[in-house]
Write a protein that binds this ligand. Structure first.
Ligand SMILES: C[S@@+](CC[C@H](N)C(=O)[O-])C[C@H]1O[C@@H](n2cnc3c(N)ncnc32)[C@H](O)[C@@H]1O
Length: 277
């Protein structure tokens, strides 16, 4: 049925305007990497793990077509609500949302053709359990496609962070907390090891990067994406007494660095992995 001949999505309505304002900028470069590469097919079942507010679930499910049943899974209640509103706004009937931790998937063995995850694998508490579950539910011909940011994210920022710790004589005191934080992000080889440990073989791997530009350290530290998604481990690394001292000097150092360079340009290395059974 040609619903596109009759369907109306009125761009003057709030819901459609919200729908248009769809994707967080942070997710977008990773999303492009995923959308440019995931294998298309005449699929029966598709699952997006860590779908958040609906990306890439809503996009990919439309690209695959309504004959493919799509599932999005995420334990984040508010995000699932937001995804539901978007799905209802567009009027998609082939997507089901599950507000769950993906380490137990309520699906039969070998029942999915495609599983995706944009910026999920680096955020899961137990990524190995989730990958093993994905492996279990995938058909022998299926693909698991995931993107992640890598160790080296905001390298320029961390260089100044480290210099500041040394400047104020706190490098030794915070050495282990600092390196645990920096190394919680995977490298290409640790990601490969994780994926292969779950049983998958990596059929395709693409490495890329992009840069975010800010006037200086002050604008970066106050950036909404930083406050929502990044500042907590930086703040929590320090004892109460050291926190103010560190951040005062750090912000100054970042601002000096930015002035010297003419801007604060931060690199975000990213990777796409396409995995098969
Ligand atoms: C950085 S967000 C990415 C969201 C979305 N895919 C995007 O590209 O905008 C990571 C997502 O993983 C979800 N997540 C964390 N742990 C999870 C788990 N155990 N099972 C499923 N999703 C999980 C978070 O709730 C969050 O929505």
């Amino acid at each position: 049925m040609r619903t596109y001949l009759t369907k109306i999505l009125d761009w003057q309505t709030d819901d459609v305007a919200n729908q248009y304002d769809e994707l967080p900028l942070w997710s977008s470069p990773f999303g492009i990497l995923l959308l440019d590469n995931f294998p298309l097919g005449n699929y029966e079942q598709y699952l997006d793990i860590g779908c958040g507010t609906g990306f890439p679930l809503i996009d990919i499910s439309q690209r695959l077509g309504s004959q493919c049943k799509a599932y999005g899974m995420d334990p984040w209640h508010a995000a699932i609500n937001r995804a539901r509103t978007k799905i209802e706004t567009i009027g998609l009937t082939n997507i089901e949302l599950l507000e769950n931790d993906a380490s137990i998937l309520p699906f039969q063995n070998e029942s999915f053709d495609l599983v995706t995850s944009n910026l999920g694998i680096n955020n899961f508490e137990n990524p190995l359990a989730i990958l093993k579950e994905c492996y279990r539910i995938m058909k022998p011909s299926a693909s698991f496609c995931a993107t992640t940011n890598l160790n080296g994210t905001f390298q320029e920022f961390y260089d100044v962070f480290e210099k500041t710790l040394t400047d104020i004589g706190l490098a030794n005191k915070y050495e282990s907390k600092y390196s645990a934080h920096v190394n919680h992000r995977g490298t290409i080889s640790s990601m490969r090891e994780l994926i292969e440990k779950s049983g998958f073989r990596i059929a395709k791997q693409i490495e890329s990067s992009y840069q975010m530009r800010f006037l200086n350290g002050s604008t970066f530290l106050n950036y909404s994406v930083v406050i929502v998604g990044f500042i907590h481990p930086w703040r929590n690394m320090f004892d109460e007494g050291d926190r103010q001292i560190f951040f005062e000097r750090f912000e100054n150092n970042l601002n000096e660095y930015s002035e010297l360079k003419g801007e604060l340009k931060l690199t975000i290395p990213m990777a796409y992995f396409e995995c098969r059974k």
